[in-house]
Design a protein around this ligand. Structure first.
Ligand SMILES: [Zn+2]
Length: 351
């Protein structure tokens, strides 16, 4: 493998979630596997009744009253088996209701240092951040607002958008925070777009969302992305820093992240990627070190057509036609799956 994956098991069966997790806790356990590929825990889908979709073009969904009893059964089972768990939550209202249940379970079976967390948390309140802190949890944030920021401002106003998500408050209140992308359907997999969003506070369309106190110095943003995220896969102390004793993973970049103009952060790429001390990708001046290319999978991936990620200056009528075809395919995919599974309208971050 050329990347490391700590994966979470994501139930696929509404109303059968507890049965899924009972089966999986019987079959395997967190930590099974190795440093390249191993079980990390459960989620981000724990029960379908707690899934608040992040389509900002739609009003906030209210979760059904059954959410509490369903999530209690699943989370109680996971805590009993010492399984870390994560829950997809966009809105503060959903987070508050989940926390009511978590606090109740914690009184019966203490979480006691389990690495549990919420994903996303765009509209979380200070009060709920404090409640997460009290239970020893964390928050994984992603740059979904870089793509939906304009819609959010239209619906809720620029003032509310300023703390969406309130990453600075999370850090001030002492909660572990990890940064990511929510790739590949809700956002792009490109980490540099997420770092650009953290540093500039702007959407990909150029709208400035955040005041200075909710933006980050480049080193702070990078730390959220590396050391910060290592807590979420229980890899803290093992990866995230280039130091003696940690995994030998590093990348040489196409330009200096700390020195380029902000707008150029989006165009940074790796020219040499080393994983476990082995070169897994090399380009430009390092191309002689490149291992043979892996086959592109699935074979319709835009990576195959575009030869990697989007680069400025590579616009052509062909690439525009391809983009149109991809959008059309995505719409068709949604229409097809929506008939039986509303989750297809939601976040697709399965790992
Ligand atoms: Zn999600």
């Amino acid at each position: 493998m050329t990347v490391r994956l700590a994966y979470n098991l994501f139930t696929q069966r509404p109303k059968q979630e507890l049965a899924d997790f009972k089966q999986w806790t019987h079959m395997t356990k967190p930590g099974d596997g190795d440093d390249f590929y191993r079980v990390n825990g459960a989620g981000e889908m724990l029960v379908y009744s707690a899934a608040d979709f992040e389509d900002i073009l739609e009003p906030r969904p209210d979760m059904a009253p059954v959410m509490e009893s369903e999530i209690k059964a699943v989370v109680r089972h996971l805590v009993e088996n010492r399984w870390p768990f994560r829950l997809h939550t966009t809105y503060d209202e959903t987070i508050g209701r989940a926390l009511n249940v978590y606090e109740e379970i914690n009184r019966e079976i203490p979480f006691n240092g389990l690495h549990w967390f919420f994903d996303h948390c765009e509209t979380i309140s200070d009060r709920n951040i404090e409640r997460i802190k009290a239970l020893g949890g964390g928050i994984a944030v992603q740059n979904r607002m870089a793509f939906q920021g304009e819609y959010f401002v239209d619906r809720y106003g620029a003032k509310q958008a300023e703390r969406t998500p309130p990453i600075r408050r999370m850090l001030e209140l002492g909660v572990p925070v990890g940064a990511g992308t929510d790739a590949t359907r809700v956002s792009s997999y490109n980490p540099w777009l997420s770092l650009y969003w953290l540093v500039t506070g702007k959407t990909v369309g150029g709208l400035a969302l955040y005041p200075e106190n909710n933006r980050f110095e480049r080193m702070e943003a990078l730390r959220l992305y590396t050391v910060g995220s290592s807590w979420f896969s229980s890899d803290d102390g093992k990866k995230g820093s280039i130091v003696l004793g940690q995994l030998a993973d590093l990348a040489v970049l196409s330009s200096d992240y700390f020195a380029v103009p902000e707008e150029e952060i989006k165009q940074i790429e790796s020219v040499l990627t080393i994983v476990g001390g082995k070169v897994v990708y090399a380009a430009k001046e390092f191309s002689k070190l490149a291992p043979s290319a892996l086959p592109v999978s699935p074979d319709w991936s835009p990576v195959k057509t575009h030869d990697g990620y989007w680069r400025p200056g590579l616009h052509s009528s062909q690439s525009l036609r391809t983009s149109h075809a991809i959008v059309s395919a995505k719409v068709a995919d949604r229409a097809c799956h929506a008939a039986w599974n509303p989750w297809w309208f939601g976040c697709g971050c399965f790992v």
